[in-house]
Design a protein around this ligand. Structure first.
Ligand code: NAP
Ligand code: MG
Length: 503
C-alpha cells in the first residue's frame, strides 16, 4: 500500500534522479565504447533513457577498482561497528528517497507503485538495518583441542563479489545481495537486468553518499551476453551471486568452470504449487492468498504459486471464487495507487505469456478468466485462470512468469503430494489445511526451499530463501545463511608450547 496521492506521484515522476552512466570507483563514467542501450517504460512503451552499455573494458575497470578497495582494507578490514553505522545510514537514505526510487522503479519496470513502495520504503530499508545489525554480531568459533593448540575458525570477506540481477524486483534483489555482501566486507559490482537499470545505478550512488568507500560498490548497466558474461568469466572476481532464469544460471556455472572457478550462488526459476487439502476453509483469506500467490507482481515472480492443486471435492467452489477475485483486480497504470496489477516487462514477454495461454487452451485446459491483453499502449495481460489442468500440460510444467493461475484437481493427500513434486523446480510451496499433522508431513515431503502453511509468504529478512533442484544452488538469500555466499572460512591453528616452558 502507498499513502502517496496521484498528484504527489506525478510531481515526483517529473524530477526523477535518472542516472545513465556506469558507477565505478565512486564516480559516473560512460561506457568505454561510448555505446548505450535504451530502457523503456513497459506501461506506455515510451523510451525513458539511453544507458551506458558496459563491455569488457568497463568490467575490467570496475574489477580493478573493487580489488584495490578490497585490498586497501577501508571496508574489508574496517571495524564491524563502522560497517554497521554506514549501512544504517544507507537504510535512512533509502527511506528518505523511497518515494522517488519507487516511482522510478514503477516507471522502469511497470510494477505498481504500491508494490514498489512496499519493496523499497519497507523491505529494502529493513534489509539494510538487519544486515547492519548483523555485521557486529557474527562470530567465529574455537575448536576443541588438546593443551598443545588453539584452533580458531574465522570468517573473512570473500573478496570481489558480482551480483547479476533480474528485472522483476530490480531494487530489492540488488538490496538483498548488496546488504549482505557489504555487511560481510566484500567489494561489490552490480549488473542490473537490461530492462531495469535505473534504480540499481542510483543505489550505488546512495551507498557512496552513506559512506561506502569508492570502489566498494560499483554498478555496470549492460546486456547479459556482454556485461554479464564478462563478469562471469573474469579471472579476478571471487563470487558471483546470480538471480534469474535457470538457463542463464547454468551459463554462470560454465563461465566459472572455464575461468577461475569462482564461487557461484544461484537463485532461479520455479513452478511452485499451492496445495488446498479437503479440510481447508475456503474463506476469503484463503482465496486472497491463492490470488496473491499467482498474481503478485503480475505473476512475474520466481515463487509464483501458479499450480494450484486442489482437492477435487472442493475444486468447483474454489475455481468459482478464485475467478471472481481474478476478475475484480484493477489492471493498468502502475502509477495509480489503486492499481493492483501492472505491466509485463516487454512486449516480447507479453507475447510469450499470451503464447502459454494459447497453449493451455490448445492442450485442453478450460479458460475461466482473463486470457486477454488490455486495449492500451503498454504490455498488459489480464489475470487469467484455467481450470482442469493435468500434470503433463505445458502450462503445468514450464514457468510462465505472467498472471496465470491453473487449478489441478486431485483425489487426496498422496496425489496432491505426487503432483506437487512432479516438477524440475523446488523453490516454494504453500499448503492450506486445518490439520497440523498433515501440514507438517506435507512440508517435510516437499523438496523446496520454502514451505508456507495457511498463508502465501516468502518469509522475511530473517529466514533463508532459495531453491532445491533446478531452482537454486545451495546458496541462500536472507537470514544469517545469506552471509555464507560472501565469506571464506579459515582455520588458524596455533601450536602452543608446553606449560613447563613458560612457567
Ligand atoms: P535472465 O534472463 O536469466 O537474466 C538475469 C540476469 O542475467 C540479467 O541481468 C541478464 O542480463 C543476465 N544474463 C542474461 N543472459 C546472460 C548471459 N548469456 N550471460 C550472462 N548473463 C546473462 O532472467 P530474467 O528474465 O531477468 O528474470 C526472470 C527469471 O528470474 C525467472 O526465471 C525467475 O524465476 C527468476 N527469479 C528468481 C528469483 C529467486 O530468488 N529465485 C528471484 C527473481 C527472479 P540481461 O538483462 O541483459 O539479459
Ligand atoms: Mg525499463
Amino acid at each position: 500500500m502507498t499513502e502517496l496521492s496521484k498528484s504527489e506521484i506525478a510531481e515526483i515522476a517529473g524530477k526523477l534522479p535518472i542516472r545513465t552512466r556506469a558507477f565505478i570507483d565512486g564516480e559516473y563514467h560512460p561506457a568505454a565504447s561510448g555505446q548505450t542501450f535504451a530502457t523503456v517504460n513497459p506501461a506506455t512503451g515510451e523510451h525513458i533513457a539511453d544507458v551506458a552499455h558496459c563491455g569488457g573494458e568497463d568490467v575490467d575497470r570496475a574489477v580493478r577498482a573493487a580489488r584495490r578497495a578490497f585490498d586497501g582494507g577501508a571496508w574489508s578490514r574496517a571495524a564491524p561497528e563502522h560497517r554497521k553505522e554506514v549501512l544504517l545510514k544507507l537504510a535512512d537514505l533509502v527511506r528518505a528517497h523511497a518515494a522517488e526510487i519507487a516511482v522510478m522503479e514503477s516507471t522502469d519496470v511497470g510494477k505498481t507503485i504500491s508494490d514498489a513502495m512496499d519493496e523499497i520504503g519497507g523491505e529494502a530499508v529493513s534489509y539494510f538495518q538487519w544486515y547492519a545489525e548483523l555485521a557486529d554480531k557474527t562470530f567465529g568459533k574455537v575448536a576443541t583441542t588438546g593443551e598443545d593448540a588453539l584452533a580458531l575458525i574465522v570468517k573473512e570477506p570473500a573478496g570481489v563479489a558480482a551480483a547479476v540481477l533480474p528485472w522483476n524486483f530490480p531494487f530489492l534483489m540488488a538490496v538483498w545481495k548488496v546488504a549482505t555482501a557489504l555487511a560481510a566486507g566484500c567489494s561489490v559490482i552490480l549488473k542490473p537486468a537490461e530492462q531495469t537499470p535505473l534504480t540499481t545505478i542510483y543505489l550505488a550512488e546512495l551507498a557512496t553518499e552513506a559512506g561506502v568507500p569508492p570502489g566498494v560498490i560499483n554498478a555496470l548497466p549492460g546486456l547479459g551476453e556482454t556485461t554479464g558474461q564478462a563478469l562471469g568469466r573474469h579471472g579476478d572476481i571471487d563470487v558471483i551471486s546470480f538471480t534469474g532464469s535457470t538457463e542463464v544460471g547454468g551459463y554462470f556455472m560454465r563461465y566459472a568452470g572455464e575461468s577461475n572457478l569462482k564461487s557461484v550462488g544461484l537463485e532461479m526459476g520455479g513452478k511452485s504449487p499451492f496445495i488446498v487439502l479437503d479440510d481447508a476453509d475456503l474463506d476469503d483469506d484463503l482465496i486472497e492468498h491463492a490470488a496473491l500467490s499467482a498474481f503478485w507482481n503480475a505473476g512475474q515472480n520466481c515463487s509464483a504459486n501458479m499450480r494450484q492443486i486442489v482437492d477435487a471435492r472442493r475444486a468447483g467452489e474454489y475455481v468459482e471464487r478464485v475467478t471472481a477475485r481474478a476478475n475484480a483486480y484493477k489492471v493498468g497504470d502502475p502509477l495509480d495507487p489503486e492499481t493492483e496489477i501492472g505491466a509485463m516487462i516487454t512486449s516480447e514477454h507479453r507475447d510469450v505469456v499470451m503464447g502459454y495461454i494459447e497453449k493451455g487452451r490448445a492442450e485442453g485446459a478450460r479458460l475461466v478468466a482473463g486470457g486477454a491483453t488490455l486495449d492500451a499502449p503498454g504490455y498488459f495481460v489480464r489475470p487469467t485462470v484455467f481450470d482442469g489442468l493435468t500434470p503433463d500440460m505445458t502450462i503445468s510444467r514450464e514457468e510462465i512468469f505472467g498472471p496465470v493461475l491453473g487449478v489441478l484437481p486431485v483425489r487426496n493427500f498422496d496425489e496432491a503430494l505426487a503432483v506437487a513434486n512432479d516438477t524440475d523446480y523446488g523453490l516454494h510451496a504453500t499448503v492450506f489445511t486445518r490439520d497440523i499433522d498433515r501440514a507438517i508431513h506435507m512440508a517435510r515431503r516437499l523438496p523446496c526451499g520454502t514451505v508456507a502453511v495457511n498463508g502465501f509468504t516468502e518469509g522475511d529478512v530473517k529466514t533463508p530463501f532459495g531453491g532445491y533442484k533446478r531452482s537454486g544452488s545451495m546458496a541462500r538469500e536472507n537470514g544469517v545463511e545469506a552471509l555464507d555466499q560472501y565469506v571464506q572460512t579459515k582455520t588458524i591453528w596455533i601450536s602452543v608450547g608446553a606449560m613447563d616452558a613458560v612457567s
